[in-house]
Ligand binder design. Structure first.
Ligand code: ZN
Length: 251
C-alpha cells in the first residue's frame, strides 16, 4: 500500500481537480493525505478572516473525511504564498510529515498566484525532503524524493489561454458522486465564487470540467495529470501503476 499526498493552495482546489483520483486510491486501500497551503481566509467578503479560515478548514476536513483522508493546513497567508526560504521549509516539513511516496500538486501555470507559487514550493520541497542537512522541524528527512505529479490548472489553460495537455488521465466516472459530495462540503464557497468568479454554481463548474476531461479521454468524467521527471526525480509510473484500470493514456 502507498501513501499519497495531495497538496494545493486553497480549500476546494483539490476537490475540483483531483478528488476523484484520491477517492479511487482510498477505495483501493491506500493512505490519502490532503494539505492546503492556506486556509483560504480571503475567500469571503466578510471582515473576520480568522472565522473564514476556521470555516474553510472545517469544510476541507469534512471533505477529506468523505474518503477517510486526513487533512492539514500549512497556514501560509491566502493571496500570500511566495517561493521564499521560510515557506519552502514549511512545505518541506509538511511533506516529511506525510512521508508520501506520491505527491500531487498544482499546475506550474494556473490562473491564481497562490496556485503557481505552491506548485514551485512543492516541486522544490520534493527535492529537499531527502536532504538530511536541510532543517525544517521535527519530521524526519525522507529516504527518497517522492514521485511528483501536477494536476490540471483550473479550466485546463495557462495564463495565455493555451491548453495544458495532460500526460494521462484518470477515469473517475465510478467515483464522480463522491467527488461531488466532497466539493459540496465547501458550503461557504457557493456565495463567494458567485461574487468573485461569476460562477453561479461551483458544483456545475466542476462537473463541466470533469466531463470535458472525460471527453478528451473517452470516458464520462476524468482528471488529468503530468508527471515531473527532471533529474533526480523518480520517473517510474508509480501513480499510473496504482490506478491500473482507471488509467487513460493520451491518444
Ligand atoms: Zn485555489
Amino acid at each position: 500500500m502507498a501513501t499519497i499526498l495531495a497538496i494545493h493552495a486553497h480549500p476546494d482546489d483539490i476537490e475540483h481537480l483531483c478528488a476523484g483520483t484520491l477517492a479511487l486510491l482510498a477505495q483501493a486501500g491506500h493512505t490519502v493525505l490532503i494539505v492546503t497551503a492556506t486556509a483560504g481566509e480571503c475567500g469571503s467578503a466578510g471582515p473576520d478572516l480568522a472565522a473564514t479560515g476556521a470555516i474553510r478548514k472545517a469544510e476541507a476536513a469534512a471533505a477529506a473525511a468523505r474518503i477517510g483522508a486526513e487533512y492539514r493546513c500549512a497556514d501560509l497567508p491566502d493571496l500570500g504564498v511566495f517561493n521564499d526560504d521560510p515557506s519552502r521549509r514549511r512545505i518541506t516539513e509538511m511533506l516529511r510529515w506525510s512521508q508520501a511516496e506520491i505527491v500531487l500538486t498544482a499546475s506550474p501555470a494556473d490562473y491564481h498566484p497562490d496556485h503557481e507559487a505552491i506548485s514551485v514550493l512543492v516541486r522544490d520541497a520534493c527535492f529537499a525532503v531527502s536532504v538530511p542537512n536541510y532543517a525544517t522541524g521535527p519530521a524526519a528527512p525522507m529516504a527518497a524524493i517522492p514521485h511528483l505529479y501536477f494536476m490540471d490548472p483550473i479550466r485546463g489553460r495557462d495564463r495565455d489561454g493555451t491548453p495544458v495537455v495532460p500526460h494521462f488521465a484518470v477515469d473517475i466516472s465510478d467515483v464522480f458522486e463522491t467527488k461531488a459530495a466532497m466539493l459540496s462540503e465547501h458550503e461557504s464557497q457557493h456565495a463567494w465564487v458567485a461574487q468573485q468568479h461569476a460562477i453561479i454554481d461551483h458544483l456545475a463548474s466542476m462537473r463541466d470540467w470533469s466531463a470535458k476531461r472525460g471527453r478528451d479521454f473517452g470516458c464520462a468524467y476524468a482528471e488529468g495529470f503530468r508527471q515531473y521527471t527532471h533529474t533526480p526525480y523518480p520517473r517510474t509510473p508509480r501513480l499510473q501503476d496504482l490506478l491500473a484500470g482507471a488509467l487513460r493514456a493520451s491518444s
